[in-house]
Ligand binder design. Structure first.
Ligand code: KG4
Ligand code: ZN
Length: 358
């Protein structure tokens, strides 16, 4: 079965081909440079960029594989959660392909796709716990299989990636800040007592990162780490001051220890889960990867983390999840609607026999 995956939920336009669970090819156009000028993603600009790139990227991908729409069995598109205008571009393109070629359509939950793509590197074992840490979400799940899962917890305010990006901005680091902050943290020494491990005293699986962000802002202004107007822009981690690196290391440690504590609690509550998936953009974080490996080795839990390049948004995760779901016989019809951020993605995929997708 050949599945084309389309990702356009935020600021990456991606297309990928997966045949029988194996990646054939993928193509990605990042808009990071466009949005860096504004210090964050501008939704209207992002939709226009998707519109500009989608057709040419599709042509380039299919041409270099010598394929046409008639070869596709299924088009899987990220249906949300994400920026609505951006999702509409991907959904309209996917529906057009299905209408033109007669292949099946499947709307993929972008968050689930972040987790399931870990299965490309190493077979996933179920039931398992999933920690999704991205720019827009920080969620804990229990997954019984690739299509059956429940959400255990979520962030009540900022997502972990958002906290990285906002703290990076306060410290004068370029957007998106997570990766740069990670690089500076590796050069610094963390003070474990400098910042709080927020919300851990609550007996549940939720997160809250906005207080930690405020603590970093207050510390940064008292320590003179907030860049004054007219200061030269950040150049490279090697030129950063030791104090700035130490602050980044302390913040990084606070986020990582918070994520570790909550994940350990979820594993305690679900002893039948002997494996853990950690995914999403923040799963590229060096310290998080190291500490998760240590903790899971201690607990005898098998750990699945996508390679760092597959942690941030990409279309391989959509194509692969699409293939998994299509293998369970699940599809959508052409009335599929994108789901904006803040709304749950409905579980409305239907079995092929009852689904008139073309
Ligand atoms: O999953 P993703 O690409 O997009 C969303 O679906 O949100 O995640 C992007 C987030 C950004 O907040 C970015 O700063 C963060 O992931 N990120 C990192 C690292 N690389 C990306 N955060 C911490 N350390 C990193 N190495
Ligand atoms: Zn994402």
């Amino acid at each position: 079965m050949l599945v084309l995956g389309i990702e356009s939920s935020c600021d990456e336009t991606g297309l990928a081909l997966v045949r029988d669970g194996v990646v054939v090819d993928a193509i990605l156009a990042s808009q990071a440079d466009v949005h860096a000028l504004f210090g964050g993603v501008v939704p209207e600009l992002a939709s226009r960029e998707h519109l500009r790139f989608m057709g040419p990227l599709y042509d380039a991908l299919m041409e270099r594989q010598g394929l046409s729409a008639a070869d596709l069995d299924c088009v899987a598109v990220a249906r949300g959660p994400g920026l609505l205008g951006c999702l509409l571009v991907g959904a309209a393109f996917a529906k057009g392909l299905c209408l033109g070629s007669g292949c099946r359509l499947l709307g993929v939950d972008h968050l689930l796709a972040h987790l399931l793509v870990a299965g490309l590197e190493q077979e996933l074992t179920f039931p398992c716990i999933g920690l999704l840490v991205s720019g827009g979400h920080t969620n804990l799940y229990k997954l019984d299989d690739p299509v059956t899962f429940v959400q255990l917890g979520r962030t009540l305010d900022d997502a972990a990636g958002e906290a990285f990006d906002k703290c990076a901005k306060v410290l004068g680091l370029p957007y998106p800040g997570g990766r740069t902050l990670d690089a500076l943290a590796r050069l610094g020494h963390a003070d474990p007592g400098l910042f709080p491990r927020p919300y851990l005293h609550h007996d549940n699986f939720d997160f809250s990162f906005s207080g930690l962000k405020t603590a970093v802002s207050l510390y940064a202004s008292s320590a003179g780490l907030t860049p004054a107007a007219g200061t030269a822009p950040f150049k490279s981690p090697e030129e950063a001051s030791p104090l700035l690196c130490d602050c980044c290391a302390s913040f990084n440690l606070a986020v990582v220890e918070t994520l570790l504590a909550r994940t350990a609690r979820a594993l305690d509550a679900c002893p039948e889960c002997r494996s853990l998936i950690v995914a999403g953009g923040v799963a590229a974080n060096t310290l998080l990867r190291e500490r998760m490996k240590e903790l899971m080795a201690e607990r005898g839990v098998s750990l699945h983390m996508p390679a760092p390049a597959r942690c941030t948004d990409n279309a391989v995760m959509i194509a692969y999840t699409g293939w998994l779901w299509a293998s369970h016989g699940l599809y959508h019809d052409l009335s599929l609607e994108p789901v904006p951020r803040g709304r749950p993605v409905p579980r409305d995929a239907c079995h092929a026999a009852s689904c008139n997708s073309s």
